[in-house]
Design a protein around this ligand. Structure first.
Ligand SMILES: [Zn+2]
Length: 368
């Protein structure tokens, strides 16, 4: 069994012990509530119940504690690989450390963990402006309401940000109203659904097909939508989708990516490390490791880490832009236009990779 599977198995044990403890505590709460609500309770019976529950809780707590300390030992035993070869301290020191602190704050703000952010700011000395915190607080409150199937705060947010959402061609407001409509259908509330259809009227131009389906579903209110061709409309998945969609739109309006950059980076690092470690062992044997400050090979990180196509110039180590586009040399190697200009000497350019000599005018712009 590989290290991750062993850790997963051990973590499940910790989790199940924690659940047992929580169950015991909630049983005790029930007993307290019972005595508060019932004055005629048999005292002996009650005390015996409490004693049994307390014994159970004490055993569960001991088990849980044991499983946690065992988990620590398993981590130490399983994760013995030395990954210090891949650390680059320059990346997280000096000015970059501020950036890293900002990423950490943003990550926990996205999760709504304000207490942790406060503590982090205190310990790291990072300056976090109040105006940067506020939108995340609102975002988390609204997502919390959506999880409880309360659409009102999200609809209010849409109303306040309507021009910006419209500019983005966002479907969020429609999707929220759609969920309200579907809830009425599910409750077999025909009158309510018909009335709500008037609100949906505003989306007729932008969401005609979806609206037609919603109106079609009205036919099945009495017989039950779950037995009709429209049963996909009541799929509970729509509720988790709406949380994702809301987070995506709210982050976009704040100029942020939907996923936390810190999670993406850690995720990508975890995926790349095993491959890099294998390559390192081969390259070290040939004394090639560490000669260049770059990854020695391309590592496939899977579709979740694939973003829009962009090109970073291997010479200038900067992302290409419209004013500095990528240029393909005649040999097939691609560098940025600025790099091409810098490398050109008296109308000749020597490819930094092959190194074939060509004329800069023969280089062609690449479009992604
Ligand atoms: Zn070349």
């Amino acid at each position: 069994m590989d290290a991750v599977s062993v850790l997963q198995k051990e973590f499940c044990k910790v989790n199940s012990k924690h659940k047992e403890l929580q169950e015991g505590l909630s049983n005790l709460d029930d007993l307290v509530a019972a005595v508060e609500n019932n004055q005629d309770l048999d005292c002996n019976w009650y005390l015996n119940q409490v004693k049994t529950e307390l014994t159970n809780i004490s055993v569960s707590h001991k088990d849980w504690h044991g499983s946690i300390s065992r988990f620590g030992k398993v981590i130490d035993k399983q994760l013995t690989e030395n990954v210090s070869f891949f650390t680059n301290r320059d990346l997280i020191s000096g000015r970059n450390s501020q950036l890293l602190h900002q990423l950490i704050c943003e990550h926990f703000l996205r999760q709504g963990n304000l207490e942790l952010v406060e503590k982090f700011v205190q310990d790291s000395g990072h300056k976090l402006e109040e105006c940067k915190k506020r939108p995340f607080v609102d975002l988390n409150q609204i997502v919390g309401s959506l999880r409880k199937r309360d659409l009102l705060p999200a609809l209010k947010w849409c109303e306040n940000n309507r021009p910006a959402l419209k500019k983005r061609g966002s479907s969020l407001e429609f999707m929220l109203h759609r969920l309200n409509f579907i809830s009425l259908i599910k409750e077999r509330n025909t009158a309510g659904a018909l009335q709500y259809a008037q609100i949906l009227g505003q989306f007729v131009e932008t969401h005609k097909k979806q609206l037609q389906r919603l109106m079609g579903s009205l036919l099945y209110v009495s017989t039950g939508i779950e037995n009709s061709v429209y049963r996909d409309l009541i799929d509970p998945q729509h509720w988790s989708d709406i949380c994702d969609l809301f987070t995506k739109e709210a982050c976009s309006l704040m100029g942020l990516s939907k996923e936390s950059p810190l999670s993406i980076t850690v995720d990508a690092g975890c995926k790349a490390l095993p491959a890099l470690n294998s390559i390192r062992q081969v390259m070290e044997a040939k004394q090639l490791w560490g000669l260049k400050d770059e990854l020695p090979c391309e590592v496939d990180l899977g579709p979740s880490c694939q973003f829009h196509s962009l090109f970073a110039c291997p010479i200038l180590r900067a992302q290409c832009t419209k004013s500095n586009p990528p240029m393909r040399l005649e040999c097939g190697h691609v560098i940025s236009n600025d790099a091409l200009k810098r490398l050109a000497i008296s109308n000749k350019v020597k490819c930094p990779y092959c190194p074939q000599e060509t004329s800069p005018s023969e280089a062609k712009q690449i479009y992604f």
